[in-house]
Design a protein around this ligand. Structure first.
Ligand SMILES: [Fe+2]
Length: 260
């Protein structure tokens, strides 16, 4: 009886080993699929985004580069949402707020010069329209560094050095409480100055503490950086210096001086 038990036990062990072997073989021959990687959501083309009112007075400034052109400093998804949602909305609302009024016959700069601050629809959406249009233009891929030529000379003259300007501008952007903008402007005396404004206000608007013609703008609304930087606004500000298109800023500086 004992011998029979031993025989069957041995059979069980052999069967178990065979089973393991089969399983191993199965594992070897079956291709285990790779975990599905989440496909990067495709980004669109900024040229496909147009103001809702095709005949409206105010049309969107063309984004002069692709949504992903400023990465990794500003990521593609942030650029797409910023341009195709936020900026478009300001444009559409500005057209609605001015349609059929005498403001429709003025440029956006002329509107700011005489705007009633209580006209919140035009103040907020007009600011959003102008500020973002400038913001897109003064950034670019393969940019950054420091300005040269006449603008560099003016920065040295009015701030002492480029580093001194950068410190002031960073402080203005960092200390702007809540949503707003940091600016480099040309004052009516033809000098450079750094300032900041809340919400969508800008230095062209009547009644601002510091006024002048903006030549450089930094959007510090959370929608401009939160996807990539979360609450780290200082890191976003540092990255912004890598995408400043100083050639574009210099053109705006020269145009501002020509208006004096
Ligand atoms: Fe913005």
């Amino acid at each position: 009886m004992k011998k029979i038990k031993i025989f069957f036990s041995a059979l069980a062990v052999v069967a178990a080993l065979q089973s393991c072997k089969d399983k191993n073989n199965l594992e070897e021959v079956v291709t285990v699929p790779e975990p599905q990687k989440e496909a990067a959501a495709p980004v669109g083309n900024p040229d496909d985004v147009k103001a809702e009112d095709a005949a409206g007075k105010f049309q969107m400034t063309k984004l002069p580069y692709a949504y992903d052109a400023l990465a990794p400093n500003i990521d593609a998804r942030t650029m797409e949402i910023h341009y195709s949602k936020h900026y478009k909305k300001y444009t559409d609302e500005l057209n609605k707020a001015t349609k059929g009024t005498d403001l429709e016959n003025k440029t956006i700069e002329e509107i700011f010069a005489t705007l009633d601050p209580e006209n919140k629809a035009v103040r907020n959406n007009g600011g959003g329209y102008y500020n973002h249009g400038l913001f897109w233009e003064i950034m670019g891929p393969k940019a950054g560094g420091a300005p040269t030529g006449a603008l560099a000379e003016a920065i040295n003259k009015d701030f002492g050095s480029y580093d001194a300007f950068q410190k002031l501008f960073t402080e203005a952007a960092t200390k702007q409480f809540g949503s707003g903008w940091a600016w480099l402007i040309v004052t009516k005396e033809g000098k450079l100055a750094v300032t900041s404004t809340p919400n969508q206000d800008n230095p062209l608007m009547k009644g601002q503490a510091v006024t002048g013609i903006p030549i450089l703008a930094l959007d510090v609304w959370e929608h401009a950086y939160y996807l990539n930087y979360q609450n780290k606004r200082p890191d976003y500000i540092t990255a912004f210096y890598n995408v400043i298109n100083w050639a574009a800023v210099t053109k705006k500086y020269e145009a501002a001086l020509a208006k004096k």
